[in-house]
Design a protein around this ligand. Structure first.
Ligand code: 5GP
Length: 122
């Protein structure tokens, strides 16, 4: 499926919509989630046009892949959550609950996060 240039994170990356920025480098942008699901809830997105992890893994350069991974680690450090622990989530597609079709990784932290997923899947 073609990448949707009008998705909300594409607009944030182009500076058309503001965000509460945490970190930015050549490969990634990190900002606080507008609707936090934990005391700390950040999003890390690659700068390239990738809809999900599969597209990123298939099409991103090695520098982009390394850059995103390093940016994630940097943001975890900046948020001060490494010691207490945190969770990384990347929702993909309908069953994954992905709302924004630009690859992103959630960083959730700030307290015990409970079980990873609910067991009552229909
Ligand atoms: P997904 O469900 O696609 O994995 O997660 C999308 C996330 O983006 C949600 O947690 C949602 O709260 C967040 N979000 C949606 N629109 C905006 C926005 O305009 N700004 C920010 N900072 N986060 C957003």
């Amino acid at each position: 499926m073609a990448y949707d240039q009008d998705n909300i994170f594409a607009k944030i990356l182009r500076g058309e919509i503001p965000c509460n920025k945490i970190y930015e480098d050549d490969y990634a942008l990190a900002f606080h989630d507008i609707n936090p699901q934990a005391p700390v809830h950040a999003l890390v997105v690659p700068k390239g046009d990738y809809e999900n992890h599969a597209a990123f893994a298939a099409d991103a350069s090695e520098a982009e892949i390394l850059g995103l991974s390093r940016a994630l680690a940097e943001v975890v450090d900046m948020l001060g959550v490494a010691k207490g622990g945190y969770r990384l989530i990347s929702n993909t597609g309908a069953n994954g609950g992905q709302e924004v079709p630009h690859y992103h990784i959630h960083i959730l932290a700030g307290g015990p996060l409970g079980r990873m997923v609910t067991k009552d899947i229909a």
